[in-house]
Design a protein around this ligand. Structure first.
Ligand code: GLA
Length: 729
């Protein structure tokens, strides 16, 4: 890793892992993009950008018709002075105009990586892990300075980018668009991948050819959302899971985002990403500044698995924080699908008693423990324990759970308020709303206005009091609707369109403060399942409830898609009852176990009603998971067979020293007289022999290059897990 500036060529060369990223100052201070890909010693211009006189591409310098910003690959392009493609930013002046002109002013290179003010971001633990380049661009007419922030990691093919705006002039500026990054690819010979979905089927992989024009993934919902994820990748046509070039873009942000690719008339592709400019403006008074969120850009020449493994390692070790980052996560039982709102102390203690018998480690009390919360029509905001259900309070219940040898965890939803609540009656203007219009409800609730400091301060104290009131070691932090009528009673008219981003800044402050006050608590985020499964939240909470859909077959796609970016240690996965509550399907307890054991394992069904046989199976699952959990949660994860491409799915986990591995194979539906299935394993040591429990001893090379024949089984919803260990022959 290094960042170098060559004053002769005016080139910046960032070396990250085994990748190069090269920029160049062009003519009078334009910052051009030159190259991003497999590491090169230097770039002398074998692939110099086009210098042709192109029709209808105007020229900033009338004496040179071969120079137009419309054909210059750029790093942070503007609109209005010859580039017609999508700009990275747009600023409105007091005179109403929106033309700006940023040119190079200076730059700075230093070891390490700074924090991003008020925003989540990847970090370093030692200065030597990364090097940072800041390029300051200036619009001299208005005194606008934009600093482009780049960090190159030593260990990974990772470059992070963000932009910082500072109004050093004397007039009020309005940011209409302030993306985190933009990069121009010389060709559009790629497919692109994004992760669309919906509640209950989050992050399905969609791979599409790049077409001329704009293609985008975006959220306008006030959250990263189930419907999209702040991630896209450009994938070479010949690239697959295991080989070929892939470029990943992941935004460390939890609100409205835009991830866009524009293929222009000359077949070049501009990728840009950041806060969604839709319904966004930000007023910059003289002296004020604005920080964009970070984009994490990964280059892989080892296909999609290569890209994912880089994201996994980086996000697991240099995005997630806190005591649980490197610690094995407990096996939990959650009462939601067991009882919904209908529980009392006795019921929860009974669940805990059975859980203790089965070897489960943590009992999570879900929604319904506070206010008058017997259904989802009331009480959000009133974080006072319901003594009718829990006569001995949270403390009394938690102590009984502790006495059974289990830890105690709690569900909260601190960003919401029910219109039917004491909090709302007292503070009707503490929710997002606009003057004189109805407030649309979602799940009978309104969104608290976290753009307000007083609301955030109140919630920090209220939630802290709850968490300090009992021996709580786990929290499920939920968020169950998207934003409408986005406006704040505390902001002036000209700042109303800042509300959604200010909400995120408020939320991040609240999460930062609460997680810092309770470092012994494991926080799991949730938003109707995986509606806010994004890197922004992972900075505060090392795991997320992957989906409300716990059906084992549905989960194959959900977990496979999620793994494109997010590490296994971030994915909550539970065994639930059959027929499954979301899709009505009946799968075996074994398959449900194998799918859930591929993440942070837990149960979510009424275990007090299990048969003896079921109890026995669960005991074995729990014991098995305890044995393999370090491998699952912290091993290297390989996707082997995609559930999006056929009737089967397979993946595996390999330990860092390659002495151990765990393979999971799934077949959805049975076929008569079907062709045989083979799985080629990955990541093993070709020179070692491995014993596969129940299948025999084989060389790592044979298992990877020839593959394993899947044992023949009849029936739908078949699953297997094979454990591998090296043996001496
Ligand atoms: C959301 C969560 C569920 C559960 C309910 C409780 O839907 O995703 O897991 O906690 O809220 O109301």
């Amino acid at each position: 890793m290094s960042v170098a500036y060559n004053p002769q060529t005016k080139q910046f060369h960032l070396r990250a892992g085994k990748a190069s990223y090269v920029m160049q100052l062009f003519r009078s201070g334009y910052l051009a993009h030159v190259y991003w890909g497999k590491a090169v010693r230097d770039v002398r211009g074998a692939r110099a950008f086009p210098r042709l006189d192109r029709a209808f591409s105007p020229n900033p310098d009338p004496s040179d018709r071969t120079f137009s910003l419309d054909t210059l690959p750029q790093e942070y392009p503007a609109y209005g002075n010859t580039d017609f493609r999508a700009p990275a930013y747009q600023v409105q002046l007091e005179n109403g105009s929106t033309v700006t002109d940023l040119r190079y002013k200076t730059h700075r290179i230093y070891k390490g990586k700074p924090r991003l003010n008020g925003l989540p971001a990847t970090y370093v633990e030692h200065e030597q892990e990364a090097e940072t380049l800041e390029i300051v661009l200036l619009d001299a007419l208005i005194g606008l300075e934009v600093t482009l922030q780049y960090t190159a990691y030593e260990k990974w093919n990772v470059i992070t980018r963000a932009a910082h705006f500072e109004n050093k002039g004397g007039e009020r500026l309005k940011l209409l668009r302030a993306l985190s990054m933009s990069v121009d690819f010389p060709t559009a010979d790629y497919d692109w991948i994004h992760l669309p979905g919906a509640w209950g089927r989050e992050r399905w992989i969609e791979r599409l050819p790049l077409l001329t024009g704009v293609q985008a993934a975006e959220s306008r919902r006030g959250a990263s959302s189930h419907q999209q994820n702040p991630f896209i990748a450009l994938v070479a046509k010949n690239a697959d899971e295991h080989q070929g070039e892939v470029y990943g873009f992941s935004l460390v942000y939890s609100g409205n985002f835009l991830a866009q690719i524009e293929v222009d008339q000359f077949g070049t592709a501009r990728v840009s990403m950041g806060i969604n400019p839709f319904d966004f403006t930000w007023l910059l008074q003289p002296g004020e500044s604005f920080q964009t969120p970070e984009v994490v850009m990964v280059y892989s020449d080892q296909g999609l698995n290569g890209m994912s493994q880089t994201y996994h390692e980086l996000y697991r070790t240099r995005l997630a924080r806190g005591a649980f980052r490197d610690r094995e996560r407990p096996i939990l039982i959650n009462n939601w699908e067991a009882t919904y709102f209908d529980f009392n102390e006795e019921k929860i203690v009974n669940i805990a008693r059975t859980a203790a018998e089965l070897g489960i480690e943590l009992v999570v009390l879900d929604d319904g423990w506070f206010g008058e919360r017997d259904d989802d029509h009331r009480s959000l905001g009133d974080w006072v324990v319901n003594r009718r259900k829990l006569p001995n309070g949270l403390d009394g219940l938690a102590k009984q759970v502790n006495e059974l040898g289990l830890q105690f965890g709690l569900w909260i939803e601190p960003e919401m308020v029910s219109p039917n609540s004491e909090l709302y009656r007292k503070h009707p203007d503490w929710c997002l709303h606009v003057p004189n219009r109805p407030r649309s409800e979602g799940r009978n609730q309104l969104v608290l206005d976290y753009s307000r400091q007083d609301v955030c301060d109140y919630m920090i104290e209220t939630i802290s009091n709850v968490l300090a009131s009992a021996p709580i070691t786990y929290v499920k932090w939920d968020m169950n609707r998207h934003m409408t009528e986005i406006g704040s009673a505390a902001l002036p008219p000209e700042r109303q369109r800042e509300t959604a981003h200010r909400y995120m800044l408020g939320l991040y402050r609240v999460m930062d403060e609460i997680t810092a006050r309770f470092p012994h608590i494991l926080f799991e985020s949730c938003s109707g399942g995986g509606g806010r499964f994004d890197p922004g939240i992972l900075y505060y909470m090392p795991q997320t409830w992957t989906s409300d859909n716990t059906d084992a077959v549905s989960r194959l796609k959900i977990q496979y898609g999620t793994s494109l970016v997010y590490p296994v240690s971030a994915m909550g996965a539970h065994v639930s009852a059959v027929p499954n509550h979301q899709v009505g399907r009946v799968t075996s307890l074994t398959m449900r176990g194998h799918v859930a054991m591929s993440g942070n394992f837990g149960y979510e069904l009424d275990i007090t009603k299990l048969t003896e046989t079921e109890k026995q199976i669960i005991k074995e699952q729990v014991a098995f998971y305890k044995d393999v959990r370090r491998l699952v949660q912290f091993g290297t994860f390989y996707r082997l067979l995609s559930p999006f491409e056929g009737n089967e799915a397979a993946w595996m986990f390999v330990s860092a020293d390659r002495s151990e591995a765990l393979v999971a194979y799934f077949r959805v539906l049975a076929e008569a007289n079907a062709p045989l299935s083979y799985v080629r394993l990955k990541g093993l040591d070709p020179n070692q022999d491995y014993e596969i429990e129940g299948l025999g001893v084989y060389g790592g090379d044979e298992l990877m290059y020839a593959g394993v024949a899947v044992p023949h089984r009849l029936g739908d919803f078949i699953s297997m897990m094979w454990r591998l260990k090296t043996v001496q022959r």
